[in-house]
Design a protein around this ligand. Structure first.
Ligand SMILES: *Cc1c(COP(=O)(O)O)cnc(C)c1O
Length: 568
């Protein structure tokens, strides 16, 4: 264990507070469930690289998200994934109190420090209600990431937003902005409203009793959800029952919706800078929320975190400085073809070995591997590849290929769990024709192994539901081209035959014919290129690196947030 971190070192510099319900800090810290958390982690890793003065705020999630086991029938079994914060973080010596359901709840926390290879450091506060002074029920509020019922969820969001602002103040942080990564933390605006309330004697009748422009000026909001139903909406009565600390209800309804407290509306109305996570997603958000200026800051991934050691060593040699300035990867043409291919084969052998160890399935590194890993849920269509098994087998007879799959379904997403079972059915029934494996317990480590060790990265969401998607960007850092539906970032990233390939066309009505298009592309374009034109294949690998990794990285993303949102 390293010596305890000292908070004092972080206090003198004015900072932006970055709030996220989940943050992927490290593979063995289960405070993330998927893309949103990994993006938050990449955001803070990049802030550390760029010396952007930020402080992260999240919940400690002592019981983690969950560890996934798959039984012989392909059913997902969920285990608690507890971790010990004291092994990675140091205790904050401050606590703040909230009143929840009439009880005083103390919120303490932990300091985790994100460290850059360039010596930059970013503090992250992990809020924790598991303190002996609290009622036993309240000690569990910060335990489970995305667990529990609606009441539990509201309490978590109050601890994150209201508790987070109070904790930053109690510790003595000097803040020049607040960035809400998705609407879960939007209650922080209520704490700010209270801070900037007008004295009653200064008000004219009917006037809003808060300095709203002042709060707006401090806030940035990034929305990630392209469907209305995906946004947290709570009953005003329920929220009022849980916390008596709401601002005056008339004002709140003007800010968060007349009927229900919509966390996205609250964040939209109280943020001067609002953005979606890809150009297409910003367009969808503008249609969903007419009247708001929704900018587009397309996501990116963190260079060194998402590049295998094999490719990283090659970049160090041919494009030195790429970690800090991933734009340099636009010079990937300098890398000799045979060396790029050899580095890829190393990453592939690592994946083949991992698949063998974990699942007992023997894959052949001399044949192409299709990779697909993400949250298992209906709109991501993990079963699209298996739409027509006869056609799929016919393709594999001509051009043998293999498939590696992974992903967790949210414990309450029964449809997602059925998809995992269906995938296992396909793995068994196709075993003679197409070697396939499902790696259980998808996490950041598995993700890197898969995006670097596959030959083609597959993504098949239902348009327009993939706000951005980031695993295909990670693949690009490893010279792995993507074959994907034109949604999210791929609308911007796909140059047909140069950086990868599109499934279907750029038309929202095309979802129904995507399976046929996927088979056509595999059979006529992707697999023939892999088998029959090695130089052409390596050229596409270089296209993915030089055109996509060079752009869809979090250094570019954070420079934009800094210039357009934080320093506006
Ligand atoms: C990158 C990543 C994701 C996000 O992948 P998408 O393509 O955006 O769905 C999810 N989970 C883990 C563990 C990841 O590393």
């Amino acid at each position: 264990m390293s010596p305890p971190e000292r908070l004092d070192a972080f206090l003198p510099q004015a900072r932006i507070a970055y709030f996220s319900m989940e943050i992927g800090l490290a593979n063995d810290i289960p405070t993330y469930s998927g893309g949103l958390g990994v993006l938050a982690g990449d955001t803070l890793r990049t802030a550390a690289d760029l010396d952007l003065p930020m402080v992260g705020v999240t919940l400690v999630a002592r019981a983690g998200y969950f560890r996934q086991e798959i039984d012989a029938q392909g059913r997902q079994i969920e285990h608690a994934d507890a971790w010990e914060p004291g092994q990675h973080a140091s205790r904050l010596n401050a606590a703040v109190a909230l009143t929840l359901e009439g009880r005083q709840v103390w919120v303490g926390g932990w300091l985790y420090v994100v460290k850059s290879r360039r010596n930059g450091r970013i503090p992250v506060l992990l809020l924790d209600t598991d303190m002996p002074v609290n009622h036993p029920l309240d000690r569990e509020i910060t335990h489970h990431l995305y667990g529990g019922d609606e009441v539990y969820r509201i309490k978590q969001e109050l601890v994150l937003g209201v508790g987070g602002v109070a904790m930053l103040q109690a510790l003595g942080f000097n803040l020049i902005g607040y960035h809400m990564n998705e609407g879960h933390s939007a209650f922080l605006t209520l704490a700010l409203l209270r801070r900037f309330a007008y004295a009653a004697e200064d008000l004219r009748p009917g006037e809003i009793p808060y300095d709203i422009p002042r709060v707006r000026d401090l806030c940035t909001f990034t929305t990630h959800t392209p469907v209305e139903a995906g946004h947290d909406q709570f009953d005003y009565g329920l929220v009022t029952r849980i916390t008596g600390e709401l601002p005056e209800l008339d004002t709140l309804k003007r800010l968060a919706g007349a009927d229900r407290l919509n966390m996205t509306r609250l964040a939209l109305n109280l943020s001067e800078y609002v953005n979606g996570v890809a150009k297409r997603h910003a367009e969808t958000s503008r249609r969903m929320f007419p009247g708001y200026a929704v900018h587009a800051v397309t996501n990116g991934v963190h260079s060194s975190t998402w590049t295998s050691l094999h490719l990283g060593a090659l970049y160090d040699h041919y494009v030195p400085g790429w970690c800090h300035e991933p734009e340099l990867l636009s010079r990937a043409d300098r890398i000799p073809d045979d060396q790029l291919w050899a580095a890829h084969v190393h990453a592939k052998q690592d994946l083949v070995a991992r698949v063998g160890q974990v699942t007992g399935v023997h894959l052949d590194a001399a044949k192409p591997i299709l990779g697909f890993a993400r949250r298992m849920t209906a709109y991501k269509r993990p079963d699209l590849l298996f739409n027509d098994l006869g056609r799929l087998k016919a393709i594999a007879r001509h051009y043998p290929f293999q498939v590696v799959l992974a992903g967790k379904a949210h414990p309450r997403d029964e449809g997602g769990k059925l998809l995992i079972q269906a995938l296992h059915g396909h793995i068994q029934s196709l075993a003679e024709d197409i070697p396939m494996a499902f790696l259980p317990d998808y996490d950041m480590d598995t993700s890197l192994a898969m995006v670097s060790g596959s030959d083609v990265w597959l993504n098949t969401p239902l348009r327009p539901l993939e706000a951005s998607g980031t695993s295909g960007m990670k693949a690009a850092f490893n010279g792995v081209p993507q074959l994907s539906v034109l949604d999210g970032w791929w609308v911007e990233g796909c140059i047909e035959g140069v950086t990868g390939w599109a499934i279907g066309d750029d038309n929202l009505g095309a979802n129904g014919s995507d399976a046929a298009s996927l088979y056509d592309k595999l059979e006529r374009v992707v697999l023939p290129l892999w088998y029959d034109n090695h130089a052409g294949w390596v050229q596409v690998m270089k296209g993915a690196i030089s055109k996509n990794a060079a752009y869809f990285n979090s250094h570019r993303m954070m420079r934009r947030y800094a210039a357009e949102a934080y320093l506006r």
